[in-house]
Design a protein around this ligand. Structure first.
Ligand code: ATP
Ligand code: MG
Length: 227
């Protein structure tokens, strides 16, 4: 397996809570990985550590073999912007911006001019079923549509890894299935790896691998053959 992202011996403590207790994890190029486990087991902490949002107390995170934990704050946030895409539970779109500009935002932050950024981000609108919604503001979109805009935004920079924390947590079952299918499809199309936290086994089943986390440790790893 061509490892794109690895976490080795990750530990993270909050006071007396051991949120991560020695986690080893590898994500292959273009792989999709679901992280499941009970509430408070450390799933979000693991995702945030892998994404360079939280620094671990121990262990390392490597992106294509490069240690990201030793980078300074500016280099780390530049690396996050260039190499990672994010989809959270409820899109976290900016309410005052139209959908196409929300999707183009990571490119604009990278210095791409607004027009080109919007043009590039809009390429995802048709495959994600968002045609005609380019100028709507988030308040004028359904939950599922807003999550699809968040997917377009996550993919805009052609990231190495897309991180998703409960991306369908606020959606009904049918919309969730549509969003997961589009998310996994879009990651496969761009070759991005996907690391997704979910409570929902049906959503996890759309990923190539499932890691089960309990008390900050990986309790087991299962592999699906379904694609
Ligand atoms: N910023 C923080 N300060 C203190 N404790 C924290 C913090 N973040 C997480 N924790 C604790 O670390 C443990 C793991 O939390 P985490 O958010 O990773 O769980 P989770 O598996 O994502 O849960 P959920 O399914 O409820 O989202 C929990 O006991 C939590 O209370
Ligand atoms: Mg969580």
């Amino acid at each position: 397996m061509n490892t794109v992202l690895a976490g080795l011996g990750l530990t993270k403590k909050y006071g007396s809570t051991l949120a991560l207790d020695g986690v080893d994890i590898r994500v292959g190029e273009g792989d999709s990985l679901a992280i499941m486990g009970p509430s408070g087991s450390g799933k979000s902490t693991l995702l945030h550590v892998l994404a360079g949002i939280i620094r671990p107390d121990g262990g390392s995170v490597l992106l294509r073999g490069q240690h990201i934990d030793s980078l300074g704050e500016n280099k780390l946030s530049a690396l996050r912007r260039r190499h990672f895409g994010f989809v959270f539970q409820s899109g976290q779109l900016l309410p005052e911006l139209p959908a196409e500009e929300n999707a183009a935002l990571p490119l604009m932050l990278e210095g791409v001019a607004r027009r080109q950024a919007v043009e590039r981000a809009r390429r995802w609108f048709a495959p994600l079923g968002l045609e005609g919604l380019e100028l709507r503001r988030p308040g004028q979109l359904s939950g599922g549509q807003a999550q699809r805009v968040a997917i377009a935004r996550a993919l805009a920079v052609e990231p190495d890894v897309v991180f998703a924390d409960e991306p369908t947590g606020a959606l009904d079952q049918r919309t969730s299935t549509e969003v997961i299918q589009l998310l996994t499809f879009a990651c496969r199309e761009t070759g991005a790896a996907l690391v997704m936290v979910t409570h929902d086994a049906d959503m996890a089943a759309h990923c190539d691998h499932v890691l089960h986390v309990r008390d900050g440790r990986i309790s087991h790893h299962s592999q699906y053959t379904v694609t």
